[in-house]
Each structure stands twice: as structure tokens, then as C-alpha cells.
Design a protein around this ligand. Structure first.
Ligand code: SAH
Length: 391
């Protein structure tokens, strides 16, 4: 059976977007035959003149109608294809890290739009975010088997963004059992819960920023706000911080943070509270910390949340500065890809000014190198972390 072709009419796709793996629904000829295709179908993409734009998968229901997988038409998308792409992703991680703990696949950045895989030694969490990748789960599992023969594979298909692709949310163990596992990172050992925990169970994206903060933490008091399972706080404690408070609204996350702290022979103080409320309370009680970290969930979930979300970052920077001791350090992070980095920096600066603090930006960083981005989709670099030295 020959593969259906989707036509991109002449002049529709701007030259500047040539090479981008995304083709939007307004760029293609959405004829009845195209509309009738099952979401996630693999298609050939051609110009009206017949020229090839590549092989991709198509979802008539999605704004990003096509995500390209290969530059030529009729590319075979099977377990062998995934083995080749994931093999490259694996080789890159092996170049970067000497331990098998990392994001193994970061979607478009690894040439596999819609696919995220985190590796915890012999355990993998796989997340498909699009109908196209959802249809390839078996081929992906076969490729992973060949490359790594993992003991456990967990499908964490419960991200809210799946709804945009018409997909439901579920968590399923494809292979093995394991739920709680150990993560080794920056010389610390953490416990992660891969089925119940947030996202894929662990936030590898902050690895380098955790190391940066830990280097400055010796002898300091640290407030790790939005701590989750203690990624920042535990490493700071291990690096000699005098006191570490982990603040989060999730009791299970804090329980794991305490367990992980014990496993590293350090102590953290868990506080279960809303961060904004706790910061106000600390301010009223005139309490402060040498290092304050604020790594909240995304405040700008979609473009329409930009203004209220931007305001929330400004408020967070202000309140966090209020509890940062004179001469202290403040890190504010955003994992919203819908707020541009300049805007985020501007809001943080405003917040610091409103707190009446003079600040110098000493460090700006995104996610680590196991989160590569496609060079034509820089907006998909979602993580921004700014570290300020305050007077
Ligand atoms: N810094 C963490 C990741 C933070 S993820 C790390 O390095 O791993 C965001 C965290 O914010 C989650 O653990 C979530 O439970 C918590 N959270 C969300 N809303 C909150 C609120 N209003 N107050 C306190 N914590 C909140």
C-alpha cells in the first residue's frame, strides 16, 4: 500500500522554516483525504511540484499538523529506525556522562519529535506526547530492548499536553516492576518514584544548576523552595550547607526528600506549605537564608497565561528576595517554554527592585546537555535559571 502524501502548497511554508521539523496545519492542503487520516499516521510530505519535504507523522487535529522524522519521502519508520536514532542519542549521553543516569531522548533535539525517555540505569521511563509517537510505542520498546535490554520500562503517558493531540492519560509498566529506584547525580544518591512521582519521576534538567549552587553552599543556610524530592537541597547539604529547609506543597515529595537525605547521611528540614504563603510568613517573622532557591512549576502553561504568569514570577522574585540575607544568593527558575528568556529576566529584575534589593546576575543557565534542542526550534529550550548575588 503506498503511503499517503500531504501537500504543502507553494509559498505556504516560509523559506526561513525550511529544515524545521514542524509543519503547521495552515501550511498544508487539508483536503478531505488528509482529514480522514488516522491521527498519528506516517505520511510523505511533498510540495505541489512533487518535491520531497520528508517523511513525518500527521495529526489532523493538532496545530502542529506534521512532525518530520526524516528528510526523504518513504523513509521506513520501524524498530530499526528507532534503534538508529536512539543509538545516536545514547552515544551522545555516553560521551557526556560516565554513569547511566540521564535524559536519553529529548524529542526534536534527538530527532524524535514527541518522545522523551529518561534513563535510571536499567530502568527507563518513556513518555510519548503526540499521536504519532503513541502509535510507535511497540517499535520504540523493541529498539530499547536491542540497545539496552532494560530491566524495567515504564510508560509515563500522563502529561496534560497529550490532550492537545487527542490522547488520553495513562501510566503503564511495559516491562519489569520497579517503582522506586535510586538516581545517582553529582555524587549524591536520590530516591525517585517513577510511577507516582511528577513527570518522569526525576528532573534531570536541573543537574548542572544543582551542582553550581552546591559549590557555593558550604556553611550556608539554604531555603529550597519548590524542592520536590530535594534535588537542590540534598546536594547543598552534602556539600556542607549548615542548614537546609525543603519547602513544597507535596507530602509524598517531601517524604522522599527526607529518605534521600538519610541515604546521603545528611539532614534536611521538610516544610509542607504553599511557597507564597510561607515566604510571607518568613518575612513577617524576619527570618532569612543565605541562599534561596525557587524552582516553581510552570506559571505560563500556555500563551494566554503569559501576563498573569509573568506577574507571578515577578512576585516570586520579590518575596524570595525578601527572605534572602544581605550578601546572599537567590536563584529563580522557570520551566515555562511560553515565556521568553528576556521577559522572564525582566520580571525577576522588577521583583528584586520592588523588594528594594540591588542585585547582580552571576549565572544564567538552561537545562543540561542531555536536553538538546533542535537548532531551528530554540523556543523549545524551556528551562531558565537565574542566580543573583544580592547586596
Ligand atoms: N526543584 C525541584 C523540582 C521542582 S518541581 C528539583 O530540583 O527536583 C515543582 C515543585 O513545586 C513540585 O514538587 C510541586 O509539588 C511543587 N509545588 C507546586 N505548587 C506549589 C505551591 N503552591 N507551593 C509549594 N510547592 C508547590
Amino acid at each position: 500500500m503506498s503511503r499517503k502524501a500531504i501537500i504543502v502548497p507553494k509559498g505556504q511554508r516560509a523559506k526561513s522554516r525550511d529544515g524545521s521539523p514542524w509543519i503547521f496545519s495552515n501550511e498544508i492542503r487539508m483536503d478531505p483525504a488528509a482529514k480522514a487520516l488516522a491521527p498519528g499516521s506516517v505520511v510523505n510530505v511533498r510540495g505541489e511540484d512533487g518535491r520531497s519535504l520528508g517523511t513525518g507523522y500527521f495529526n489532523p487535529k493538532s496545530l502542529i499538523a506534521i512532525r518530520l522524522l526524516a528528510p526523504d519521502c518513504d523513509a521506513v519508520i520501524d524498530a530499526g529506525f528507532f534503534e538508529e536514532r536512539l543509538g545516536r542519542a545514547l552515544a551522545l549521553r555516553r560521551t557526556i556522562y560516565d554513569k547511566p543516569y540521564y535524559r536519553l531522548c529529548h524529542a526534536e533535539g534527538d530527532g524524535l519529535p514527541g518522545l522523551v525517555i529518561d534513563r535510571f540505569d536499567d530502568t527507563l521511563t518513556v513518555q510519548t506526547g503526540t499521536a504519532g509517537m503513541e502509535r510507535q510505542v511497540e517499535a520504540i520498546a523493541a529498539a530499547l530492548e536491542k540497545l539496552l535490554s532494560p530491566k524495567t520500562v515504564i510508560l509515563r503517558n500522563d502529561t496534560p499536553s497529550r490532550a492537545l493531540e487527542g490522547l488520553d492519560a495513562y501510566v503503564r509498566i511495559l516491562k519489569g516492576e520497579g517503582r522506586r529506584i535510586a538516581v545517582e547525580e553529582n555524587g549524591a544518591r536520590y530516591i525517585a518514584d517513577l510511577t507516582e512521582g511528577q513527570k518522569t519521576g526525576w528532573y534531570y534538567d536541573q543537574r548542572d544548576n544543582r551542582a553550581f549552587i552546591a559549590r557555593l553552599a558550604k556553611g550556608k543556610t539554604v531555603l529550597d523552595a519548590y524542592s520536590y524530592t530535594g534535588g537542590f537541597g540534598i546536594l547543598a547539604a552534602k556539600s556542607g550547607a549548615q542548614e537546609v529547609v525543603c519547602l513544597d506543597s507535596s507530602a509524598p515529595a517531601l517524604a522522599l526528600a527526607e529518605q534521600s537525605a538519610r541515604a546521603n547521611g545528611v539532614k534536611i528540614t521538610p516544610v509542607k506549605s504553599d511557597v507564597f504563603e510561607e515566604l510571607e510568613r518568613l518575612k513577617a517573622a524576619a527570618e532569612s537564608f543565605d541562599i534561596v532557591l525557587a524552582d516553581p512549576p510552570p506559571f505560563v502553561k500556555s500563551k494566554k497565561d503569559l501576563e498573569p504568569g509573568a506577574k507571578a514570577y515577578r512576585k516570586l522574585a520579590r518575596l524570595a528576595a525578601d527572605v534572602t540575607a544581605p550578601g546572599g544568593l537567590l536563584m529563580v527558575a522557570s520551566c515555562s517554554h511560553n515565556i521568553p528568556p528576556e521577559r522572564f529576566a525582566q520580571e525577576c529584575a522588577q521583583g528584586l527592585m520592588r523588594a528594594g534589593r540591588r542585585a547582580a546576575l552571576i549565572h544564567q543557565a538552561g537545562a543540561g546537555p542531555d536536553h538538546p534542542v533542535h537548532p531551528l526550534l530554540p523556543e523549545s529550550a524551556y528551562l531558565k535559571a537565574l542566580v543573583y548575588a544580592l547586596d
